[in-house]
Design a protein around this ligand. Structure first.
Ligand code: FAD
Length: 403
């Protein structure tokens, strides 16, 4: 039998769940189904991240990232307060450890201000007085940054969605999509055929593939970047009071290894950013032939490698060599020793790369007549999931209103 829905949302990560929850509360009477291929929600990026509620320090002023991050922080705090999900606005210190980084601090400080934050600059003595275990020449203090467990948030969104009439099916991998004049035909691996008036894909690491299944002509590809972490031995749970971040290298897009207080009281260090040979493989030796072939046949991948091989190699080295990883951490926390670094689960980032080999920094949504595809939702998309979901609902409403 052919099941029929008004809306199908693909992807049970935090972006898909936020979208489904807000779609159902906007269109109260509509029949909405969320399909997730794994056996539990939040199995990929949403369940493998640093748990930081970002405040919007770094992002290009005027970008969707900057706008949604600021709104996302406010709305995450509101959502967690309303639903009694533990969170803490512990603040963050972006620490300069040499004169070159001190010189780069001013630009970052100005950007914080442009993005509507209230940062403060701390000198060496002030830094030492609030974080005695951290070494640095100076730091930018951002009080708004916080921590939360995004799996708890995602599960709460799922509950809200279901209690408002929504439906979730796990173990349902979409393998085919066909857009007709009045509906979209969806086929799952377990041989369910479903019809929907409108489809929204929030498929993270697979987002480009779903866009292609829908017939979209896209000129970017998702390239997976693994982030390795360690957890500090629990005797170090009070080693820092804030999140400790490096001054980012402008030549390098990711934020760098940081010390992160987690909401369960532990402290992690990480993540680095290593090209991963599998989109959904979580070990250093995993590789997936289909992912690898697709990556190697994409010109943007080779252009990216040519441009970034140097930092890329040093990330691989730190990933394979625990001593080298420790050295990165000791820049901020010299008291840490090799035996303090205990294993912790890695994450894989879904990063859209253009055919020119450039990382696409902002959120990216592609559309057909009967579908919207969230094609790039990198960090801080967990922080920003509530405004992203609202934005998608508004786009859907505009599109359907035009019919
Ligand atoms: C190492 C790391 C650290 C990060 N740290 C932070 C942080 O501290 N703060 C922050 O705000 N952000 C952080 N991020 C980013 C954040 O985690 C992601 O931006 C966010 O989780 C993206 O959510 P999503 O729903 O788009 O993707 P995902 O959580 O990956 O969900 C996509 C879902 O779609 C499903 N899916 C895919 N294809 C199909 C298909 N064919 N059929 C059915 N289902 C399908 C997948 O199984 C998956 O569950 C981090 C990310 C990583 C990897």
């Amino acid at each position: 039998m052919l099941a029929k829905y008004d809306f199908i949302v693909i992807g049970g990560g935090i972006v898909g769940l936020s979208t489904a929850m807000q779609l159902q509360s906007f269109y109260k009477k509509k029949k909405i189904l969320l399909l997730e291929k794994e056996k539990k929600l939040a199995s990929h990026q949403t369940g493998h991240n640093s748990g930081v509620i970002h405040a919007g320090v770094y992002y290009e002023p005027g970008s969707l990232k900057a706008k949604f991050c600021k709104l996302g922080l406010e709305q995450t705090v509101e959502f967690c307060t309303k639903h009694q999900i533990p969170f803490e606005q512990c603040g963050k210190l972006i620490v300069a450890t040499n004169q070159k980084e001190v010189a780069r601090m001013q630009d970052l400080f100005d950007r914080c201000k442009t993005n509507g934050l209230n940062p403060a600059i701390l000198d060496q003595k002030e830094l030492k007085s609030i974080e005695p275990n951290v070494t640095g020449l100076a730091a930018i203090k951002v009080t708004e940054t916080g921590i939360v467990d995004y799996i708890s948030m995602a599960n709460k969104m799922a509950k809200e969605f279901i209690s408002n009439g929504g439906e979730i099916k796990l173990n349902s991998e979409i393998i085919n999509l066909k857009e007709e004049q009045d509906y979209v035909q969806i086929q799952t691996r377990n041989k369910n055929n479903i019809k929907a008036e409108f489809l929204i894909a929030c498929a993270g690491l697979q987002s480009d593939r779903l866009a292609k299944l829908m017939g979209l002509k896209i000129d970017f590809q998702i390239i997976p970047f693994r982030g390795d972490y360690y957890k500090l031995n629990k005797r170090h749970n009070a080693i820092v009071k804030h999140l400790i971040y490096p001054i980012p290298d402008p030549a390098y897009p990711f934020l760098g290894v940081h010390l992160t207080k987690m909401i369960d009281g532990s402290v992690t260090v990480g993540p680095n950013a290593v090209l991963n040979l599998s989109r959904e493989g979580y070990s250093k030796i995993n590789f997936n032939l289909k992912d690898l072939k697709q990556m190697c046949s994409f010109s943007g991948f080779w252009k990216l490698i040519l441009r970034s091989w140097k930092p890329g190699l040093s990330e691989i080295y730190s990933s394979l060599n625990k001593n080298s990883y420790l050295k990165i951490c000791q820049k901020y926390c010299p008291s840490l020793e090799l035996s303090d670094l205990e294993p912790y689960r890695p994450g894989v980032r879904a990063q859209a790369v253009s055919k020119n080999g450039k990382l696409i920094h902002d959120f990216l949504v592609e559309e057909t007549k009967r579908s919207l595809h969230v094609c790039n939702a990198p960090s801080p998309a967990a922080t920003s999931s509530l405004p992203i979901g609202k934005y998608i609902v508004e786009l859907v409403d505009k599109k359907l209103g035009r019919e």
